[in-house]
Design a protein around this ligand. Structure first.
Ligand SMILES: NC(=O)c1ccc[n+]([C@@H]2O[C@H](COP(=O)([O-])OP(=O)(O)OC[C@H]3O[C@@H](n4cnc5c(N)ncnc54)[C@H](OP(=O)(O)O)[C@@H]3O)[C@@H](O)[C@H]2O)c1
Length: 262
């Protein structure tokens, strides 16, 4: 029988790295996928030895539209059995919609939506045959909100949440769970990649990546549908239901704008 593996995209930093550590500590074999070959190689050397597990890795740009097929080819070619899929890779971009580079939006939509959807599709086929599997998709608290000055990013996360919840209901009878993890601001490379010049207001109340990963890990293992990370984020998501979007939009506009002003 093929060995079981956890496939994690974006395991070289932030939330994905912390999720990788949790699975390694719990003795899961890992398939790690992201762009930085050197970092992937170092993780393999360090973590395999420390936790006595097996790690495969694939360095690939998941914003390329055929990258999910390439990852799946690697899986079948190496006869890996993916029991858990973590679609974590993603990035955001702040600024006025029409002033940003269109190419960046294409990469974001490809990475945050297209590759996530295709990888889920491909891996789910095998999970269905085995009638067993778990999928964790990185959405965000942003999924519940309009996102002025981060319009495309917020919209990609709304897609991830909607898609994941629909699949949860489609697959629960087959012993396959799909969990959407919704963090709020988290201290990772995300803010600098997204173009926040000062991390101060972004990092105000931000959680650590290890806290978020642990909440996501537990929620995934329990087969939860939606997991919102942290008390404050849970409180916010509950209360925004009672606040009209015209006010929420203005608040987000100020937050996303003020975060770059200093
Ligand atoms: N941090 C937050 O405040 C926050 C809040 C809500 C949701 N999230 C979501 O959480 C997820 C993880 O983000 P993070 O905060 O941990 O950010 P991060 O520290 O920037 O990590 C992003 C990871 O994704 C990988 N990645 C980025 N672009 C890629 C590409 N084109 N192809 C393959 N891999 C790529 C990176 O690895 P390489 O550079 O090696 O490719 C890295 O391992 C994202 O989906 C993000 O949207 C973050």
């Amino acid at each position: 029988m093929n060995k079981e593996y956890v496939l994690i995209t974006g395991a070289t930093s932030g939330i994905g790295y912390e999720l990788m550590l949790l699975f390694a500590k719990n003795k899961y074999n890992l398939l790690l996928v992201s762009r930085n070959k050197e970092k992937l190689k170092n993780i393999k050397t360090k973590i395999e030895k420390k936790y006595k597990i097996h790690i495969e890795y694939l360095d690939i740009d998941l914003s390329e539209s055929d990258s999910a097929e390439k990852v799946y080819y690697f899986i079948t070619n190496n006869k890996l059995n993916i029991s858990i899929l973590i679609n974590n890779s993603g990035f955001g971009l702040k600024g006025k919609f029409e002033e940003n580079d269109l190419q960046k939006y294409e990469e974001m939509v490809n990475l945050n939506i297209l590759t996530l959807t295709k990888l889920t599709y491909l891996v789910l086929q095998d999970m269905k045959k085995r009638k067993k599997g778990k999928i964790l998709n990185l959405a965000s608290v942003a999924a519940f909100l309009p996102g002025p000055y981060m319009s495309v990013y917020f919209a990609t996360k709304a897609y991830v949440l909607s898609f994941s919840e629909a699949l949860f209901f489609e697959n629960s009878a087959d012993n396959i769970t799909i969990t959407a993890l919704c963090p709020g601001s988290t201290k990772t490379n995300f803010a600098s990649v997204a173009g926040f010049k000062s991390k101060d207001s972004f990092n105000k109340n931000a959680m650590s990546a290890s806290q978020v990963a642990l909440i996501g890990y537990k929620g995934l293992m329990k087969g939860k549908r939606v997991v919102i990370a942290g008390g404050l984020n849970n409180f916010s998501v509950f209360f925004i239901k009672f606040i009209p979007n015209r006010l929420i939009g203005k608040m987000i506009l100020r937050f996303n704008n003020s975060s770059s002003a200093n």
